[in-house]
Design a protein around this ligand. Structure first.
Ligand SMILES: Cc1ncc(COP(=O)(O)O)c(C=O)c1O
Length: 373
C-alpha cells in the first residue's frame, strides 16, 4: 500500500462542508414550516428544475430514479403484454422499472464507440408489441436524440429518457431529459445533482402526462382521497427537495468542476487506453469517467494496492444476471455488451477531486499500461 492518502471513487463530505450553512438553513426551514409532504419545498424545487432544463414543461418529484421510470411508463399506460426497448449495458433499475410496470424489457446492442444504444440494432428489435424505447444516457454521455425521436415517431413509440447519470448533459445544446415524452432523473447521492438520501423526478411537456404522474406518485389520488387510477407512494421528500434546491443553485459550477477533472484525465491518461466516444454534438456531464481496458484486472489490482477507489459500471450485463434469467437471453446473445462488461473501468470523478489526485491516478494507470500493455 502506498503511503499517499487514499483517493475514494466518490466523496460528498468535501462538498457538504462548502455548502453546509445553506443546507442546514434549508433543512431548518422545512422543519419549521409545518409541511412535511408535497409542500412548498417540493413545489419550489420542481419549478426551479424546469427553469434549469430551459424547456417549458412540468417536473414531478418522486421517491427515486427507479420509480421515476416506472411511474413514467404507467402514465403512458404501458403494462403487461407490452414490450419496452432498452439496453442491457445499464444500471439494474432501468430494467427493474420496466418490470415494475408489468411490461417486458427487450434489449438491443450498444454502439462499440459510445457504448450507448445502437439505434440501428434497436430498430431491428421493434415488434408489434413494442410501446416505448428507453435510451440511457450512460456515464453522462448523450444518445443521439434527434435520430432516436425519428425512429420512435416512425414506429409510434413513446420515448422515456433515463437521465439518471446525465443531469446537465446536452445534445446540440439541448439538455437530456427534454427530448422525449418523459425525462427521468435520479438524485441518488453520487449523481451530478445528488440528494442526501433518495430522490427522483419526471419531466414532461405534456399536461396530461404530468397530471397522471402526479396522481400515480400519491396513491393514484388527486387532491382528495379519491383514487383516479392505480398508484403508488413515491413522493420526493420535502427535506430532500429543500437540499436539492440549494444544490441546484451550485449545479453549473459542480458540472464545470466535473468537466475540469475529466480534462485532466483526458490529458494525462495514456492514449493506449480507450475512452468511450463522445459525439461532437454532446456536452458530457462527466458523471463517471469510464475507460475501456482489456487489461482491467491488472489495473484494478494496482489501484486497489494504491488505495485508489474504482468502479465497474457494469460488471454483468442485465440480461446475464440470475435475477433476469427469466427473460431468456442466452450467453452470447448480445456479444458486444457482454465483452464490454469485462473491460469497463470507472476512475474517481467528482467536482471536489483535487487535480493533483487525478494526476496521481493517471500516473498509476500509466505505470500499469507500460508493464501490462
Ligand atoms: C442509469 C440509471 N438508471 C436508473 C437509476 C435509478 O436511480 P435510483 O437509484 O435513484 O433509483 C440509476 C441510479 O442508480 C442509474 O444509474
Amino acid at each position: 500500500m502506498s503511503s499517499k492518502s487514499a483517493i475514494p471513487l466518490f466523496d460528498y463530505v468535501g462538498q457538504y462542508r462548502q455548502i453546509e450553512a445553506e443546507v442546514l438553513a434549508a433543512v431548518r426551514r422545512v422543519f419549521e414550516s409545518g409541511s412535511l409532504i408535497l409542500g412548498p419545498s417540493v413545489r419550489a424545487f420542481e419549478e426551479n428544475f424546469v427553469q434549469f432544463l430551459q424547456v417549458d414543461g412540468q417536473a414531478i418529484g418522486v421517491g427515486n430514479g427507479t420509480d421515476a421510470i416506472a411511474i413514467a411508463l404507467r402514465a403512458l399506460d404501458i403494462g403487461p403484454g407490452d414490450e419496452v426497448l432498452t439496453v442491457s449495458n445499464t444500471a439494474i433499475p432501468t430494467v427493474s422499472a420496466i418490470c415494475m410496470s408489468g411490461a417486458r424489457p427487450v434489449f438491443c446492442e450498444i454502439d462499440p464507440g459510445t457504448l450507448l444504444m445502437d439505434l440501428a440494432d434497436a430498430e431491428m428489435h421493434i415488434t408489434s408489441r413494442t410501446r416505448a424505447i428507453i435510451p440511457v444516457h450512460l456515464f453522462g454521455n448523450a444518445v443521439e436524440m434527434p435520430r432516436l425521436l425519428q425512429l420512435a415517431e416512425l414506429h409510434g413509440l413513446a420515448v422515456v429518457e433515463d437521465c439518471a447519470q446525465a443531469c446537465g448533459s446536452t445534445w446540440q445544446g439541448q439538455l437530456t431529459g427534454t427530448f422525449g415524452d418523459i425525462g427521468c432523473f435520479s438524485f441518488y447521492p453520487t449523481k451530478n445533482l445528488g440528494a442526501y438520501g433518495d430522490g427522483g423526478l419526471c419531466f414532461t411537456r405534456s399536461q396530461e402526462l404530468a397530471d397522471a404522474m402526479r396522481q400515480i406518485r400519491s396513491y393514484g389520488c388527486g387532491k382528495s382521497y379519491d383514487c383516479q387510477r392505480e398508484g403508488v407512494n413515491s413522493r420526493l421528500d420535502e427535506v430532500q427537495a429543500a437540499i436539492l434546491d440549494v444544490k441546484l443553485r451550485h449545479l453549473a459550477s459542480f458540472l464545470t468542476q466535473r468537466r475540469a477533472v475529466a480534462a485532466v484525465y483526458d490529458e494525462h491518461l495514456p492514449s493506449s487506453l480507450t475512452r468511450p466516444r463522445i459525439a461532437p454534438e454532446v456536452c458530457h456531464s462527466r458523471h463517471l469517467y469510464t475507460v475501456i481496458a482489456a487489461n482491467r484486472d491488472a489495473l484494478t489490482v494496482r489501484l486497489g494496492q494504491e488505495g485508489i477507489g474504482f468502479g465497474v459500471h457494469y460488471p454483468v450485463p442485465i440480461h446475464r444476471m440470475r435475477g433476469y434469467a427469466f427473460l431468456g437471453y442466452p450467453k452470447g446473445s448480445l456479444p458486444l455488451t457482454e465483452r464490454i462488461a469485462d473491460e469497463v473501468l470507472s476512475l474517481p470523478c467528482y467536482p471536489e477531486l483535487p487535480h493533483e489526485d487525478v494526476r496521481q491516478v493517471c500516473q498509476i494507470v500509466n505505470n500499469v499500461m507500460q508493464s501490462n500493455p
